[in-house]
Ligand binder design. Structure first.
Ligand SMILES: Cc1cc2nc3c(=O)[nH]c(=O)nc-3n(C[C@H](O)[C@H](O)[C@H](O)COP(=O)(O)O)c2cc1C
Length: 149
């Protein structure tokens, strides 16, 4: 597949943002598959031809959400070589917590270490996703992605 977005979520916010991004990209006539990380395999990641987007919310003092943490714990050694692949990252969090969206930083470290190139600034959604400021940020992020698809 050409472009894939995998996401980890606990209460559904990161999934909602993933669906919104997919809709904007489809409306622009581009392809993007989205998949919950708990239904994804290393083989899915290896099949990405162009752009891989990885997303996770942050829980428990800066940690990845549990599904993303489990996937990486089981598969870190087997992650595909991402050289020549484009990467982007986002996640939901809350800046009332000291390690705001720290999961996004963790994902950047893990996946860029496999050789991929982060092509746009990561998106950190703060609090209520329907908030106007968050909606602007989500739309801008999706629009920026379109030029890389
Ligand atoms: C117990 C608890 C711990 C949390 N810890 C953090 C944190 O350390 N950093 C952060 O940015 N957000 C934290 N959050 C906020 C969540 O990341 C936020 O609610 C997010 O929208 C959840 O996304 P999800 O529905 O995709 O899992 C925490 C929320 C709860 C309830």
């Amino acid at each position: 597949m050409k472009n894939l977005l995998v996401y980890g979520t606990l209460t559904g916010n990161t999934e909602s943002v993933a669906q919104q991004i997919q809709q904007i990209i489809h409306d622009a006539g581009k392809e993007l598959e989205i998949k919950n990380i708990n239904l994804s395999s290393v083989a899915d990641l290896a099949q990405v031809e162009n752009l891989l987007i990885v997303a996770s919310s942050t829980w428990d003092d800066g940690l990845l959400c549990s599904d993303m943490a489990d996937f990486l714990e089981e598969n870190t050694a087997e992650l595909p070589d991402l050289t020549a692949k484009k990467l982007a990252f986002f996640g939901c969090g809350d800046s009332n917590y000291p390690k705001f969206c720290h999961a996004v930083d963790t994902l950047e470290n893990v996946f860029t270490s496999k050789g991929g190139q982060k092509v746009i600034d990561s998106l950190k959604v703060d609090g209520y996703i329907e908030d106007e400021n968050n909606q602007d940020k989500i739309k801008n992020f999706a629009q920026e992605l379109i030029s890389w698809l």
